[in-house]
Write a protein that binds this ligand. Sequence first.
Ligand code: GTP
Ligand code: NAG
Ligand code: MG
Length: 202
Amino acid sequence: MAKKTYDLLFKLLLIGDSGVGKTCILFRFSDDAFNTTFISTIGIDFKIKTIELGGKKIKLQIWDTAGQERFHTITTSYYRGAMGIMLVYDITNSKSFENISKWLRNIDEHASEDVERMLLGNKCDMEEKRLVPKEKGEQIAKEHGIRFFETSAKSNINIEEAFFTLAEDILRKTPAKEPERKDVVDTSSSGGVMGLKTKCCS
Ligand SMILES: Nc1nc2c(ncn2[C@@H]2O[C@H](COP(=O)(O)OP(=O)(O)OP(=O)(O)O)[C@@H](O)[C@H]2O)c(=O)[nH]1
Ligand SMILES: *[C@@H]1O[C@H](CO)[C@@H](O)[C@H](O)[C@H]1NC(C)=O
Ligand SMILES: [Mg+2]
């Protein structure tokens, strides 16, 4: 049997208006790079990154959705499988912040009930162009009982913190796997390995 290179698999999703910087946030996290050219995402894309948390190797499968309205049907079909969702707005674009309530409703309609949510106000490197005060982000996050970070994919501010915090929050509610107890394997049955079967939790 091939040895698994990770202990847990977490599926994350990035949502928010077109142009807020979802793809750049993911690219900064996965490749530690940034691109100023805007190439709007078509439909959906993903990246993989394995991190270590609490002595566990956690494979993050991160889905990057297109913010454009015309991809709504395809992107919302990915909400269901997500264990964590990052909702992104742009601090220099008031409309992208106003639309956060729309994205929160999309989560309510399409995601699983216990999904871990997080709000990100991106492009915080552009202080001179800021239109959304940090307090407004903090307030809406508080109202919905979710975490909030201001981030910059460009200047690499709070990107790792955001992903690690979201992963930690998911890990905290992941039931610990029972330790393997070889002594409870029923050796009297000819089946042998049946007793090793662990509870599935998909
Ligand atoms: N100054 C600054 N610009 C950023 C930052 N993040 C992204 N951008 C720029 O914003 C533009 C849009 O970024 P994307 O990451 O492609 O936006 P998106 O949210 O993926 O957009 P869609 O794929 O259309 O939904 C690009 O020109 C980026 O260079 C940031 O943190 N600071
Ligand atoms: C906000 O949402 C509306 C409705 O989906 C959309 O038409 C608009 O383009 C969005 N705003 C931005 C900045 O993308
Ligand atoms: Mg994109």
